[in-house]
Design a protein around this ligand. Structure first.
Ligand SMILES: *Cc1c(COP(=O)(O)O)cnc(C)c1O
Length: 233
């Protein structure tokens, strides 16, 4: 099942990339493994998916204990400042930087361990009240602020697009994200040269790739519907 799903997603990514004149190799399929147990994750890893996305720190740490460095760990969910120190040595990329306070804590902790931490700035591109992220109009000033933090490396931008029935409805937002990335790079802010766009999930990753995503975060289309423990709903 999982192997077939992954093959189908890879084929869809290839088609979407070619449609937009891109090399499919430039797109990372990030397996979103939240709620999935280790043996299931190992099945995906056996198919070559070794970049894993988790949205909760504790869950990432629990799985890291078992899987360790065989995988590349991405934190994709909201990160509280008091949890930063637990994941700084373990995460390859933090997708969800959306406040100066959080960026400063990452910087402080990263300096301590002698690491320059790769991060993405989360953008609330559709300006949904329920979502985390910097508003697009505040992006430049935010980037100018975190550009001064020496132990942070801003690799690019990330967004969680609206939940829609028809993925075409999100095309406008993915396009805006790409424009924002290009615009921000054109400002030539010291320390800011971004090449990563993390956008697109199970419902809309094809459209996201067509519009320039370099990381798509896919869970359900690989593993099927998630079941959450009852005490955790
Ligand atoms: C859960 C999650 C995903 C994956 O969602 P699917 O619809 O299952 O592919 C992607 N990004 C973030 C931030 C998530 O929390």
């Amino acid at each position: 099942m999982i192997a077939e799903n992954i093959a189908a997603i890879r084929e869809n990514i290839r088609i979407a990339a070619e449609k937009s004149g891109r090399d499919p190799k430039d797109i990372l399929l990030l397996a979103v493994t939240k709620t999935q147990p280790v043996p299931v994750i190992e099945e995906a890893m056996a198919c070559g998916l070794t970049s894993l996305g988790e949205n909760r720190v504790q869950e990432l740490l629990d799985k890291y204990e078992v899987i360790g460095e065989k995988a590349s760990w991405h934190l994709i969910g909201h990160l509280q400042t008091n949890k930063v120190r637990y994941i700084l040595e373990k995460a390859a990329l933090i997708h969800s930087v959306e406040s100066l306070r959080l960026a400063e804590e990452i910087n402080r902790r990263a300096e301590k361990i002698g690491r320059r931490m790769p991060v993405l700035v989360e953008v609330n591109i559709a300006k949904e009240p329920s979502k985390f992220g910097i508003l697009p109009e505040d992006c430049e000033s935010f980037l100018r602020q975190i550009a001064t933090l020496p132990a942070i490396e801003v690799k690019g931008l990330m967004t969680v697009a609206p939940f829609v029935e028809n993925p075409e409805e999100n095309r406008v937002y993915f396009r805006k994200m790409k424009e924002l990335l290009v615009d921000m790079n054109a400002k030539k802010i010291d320390n800011i040269a971004m090449d990563t766009l993390s956008m697109g999930m199970s419902g809309d990753y094809r459209v996201a790739v067509e519009e320039g995503a370099t990381i798509v975060r896919v869970g359900t289309s690989i593993f099927g519907e998630r079941t959450y423990p009852a005490n955790n709903a």
